[in-house]
Design a protein around this ligand. Structure first.
Ligand SMILES: [Cu+2]
Length: 255
């Protein structure tokens, strides 16, 4: 009888423990919600590839429109007269033509998988992009089936899993911090920066920057960005510092 009571007590403790952890622990949605910014240029996305976590948000911002006809950000999906190149069940998106500099479009990536997208006006010029959500190990997108120009410019899953992918991510993350600062979301901008600093020192990106002899320079830019955000410096100063950090990363994204 005593054994049963002990067993029941043990089970009860386990259930309470699990419930406590489940209800009290931070969930992925609380710590995620990072904002990555992809710049929309003539005629490419910068950066063209990202590797993110579920519930991260991507904001595309138009930076160039020399032709005047604008750009779109459109998912490869049958609803857009294209083959399905996003996870089954994921919501397709289409920004429609964006013609104003500074115009933006945002999408929250909820489901894991590989998402390919294109600009409806410049797909044939290779204006395409890719977002991997969740583990890159489970990503198994067909690397075939795009127009030739798109095929040659879309980052491969292998690239996005390595140092090129980390550099792309860092660029979009820093651009995201600039975007958040521009929205007066200083606390979010700082949190995103702290999280980046936390993982940077152990990253292959840090190693690659060290090999290029610019790691210290890059870290100085990131520290300066933190100081600027902390004292609510003008957005122009924030943008300039992000641009300098980005210039150091750009060297890693070119073959
Ligand atoms: Cu375009």
């Amino acid at each position: 009888m005593d054994r049963w009571i002990a067993l029941l007590a043990g089970l009860l403790a386990l259930v309470v423990g699990v419930l406590f952890f489940w209800l009290g622990g931070p969930t992925r949605t609380e710590i995620a919600q990072r904002v990555f910014v992809v710049e929309v240029r003539d005629n490419y996305f910068d950066p063209p590839g990202l590797s993110i976590e579920p519930n991260d948000r991507v904001v595309w911002i138009v930076k160039e429109n020399a032709q005047g006809d604008g750009h779109t950000v459109t998912a490869y999906h049958p609803s857009q007269d294209r083959p399905l190149r996003i996870p089954a069940g994921a919501r397709p998106w289409n920004s429609g033509p964006m013609t104003q500099i500074g115009q933006s479009y945002s999408y929250l990536f909820a489901l894991p998988g590989v998402y390919d997208y294109f600009c409806a006006l410049h797909e044939q010029q290779g204006m395409v992009g890719r977002v991997i959500v969740g583990s890159t190990e489970s990503a198994s997108a067909a690397e075939q089936g795009l127009p030739a120009a798109a095929q040659s410019s879309i980052p491969t899953i292998e690239e996005l899993s390595g140092v090129v992918g980390e550099a792309f991510n860092a660029i979009a993350l820093l651009q995201g911090i600039e975007y958040l600062a521009g929205q007066s979301q200083m606390a979010l901008a700082l949190r995103q920066l702290k999280e980046f600093q936390g993982v940077f020192s152990r990253s292959i990106l840090a190693k690659a920057l060290a090999q290029q002899g610019v790691r210290e320079q890059f870290e100085n830019r990131v520290s300066m960005l933190e100081a600027l955000l902390n004292r609510g410096a003008p957005l122009s100063a924030v943008a300039q510092t992000v641009a300098q950090a980005k210039a150091l990363l750009d060297a890693l994204t070119r073959p």
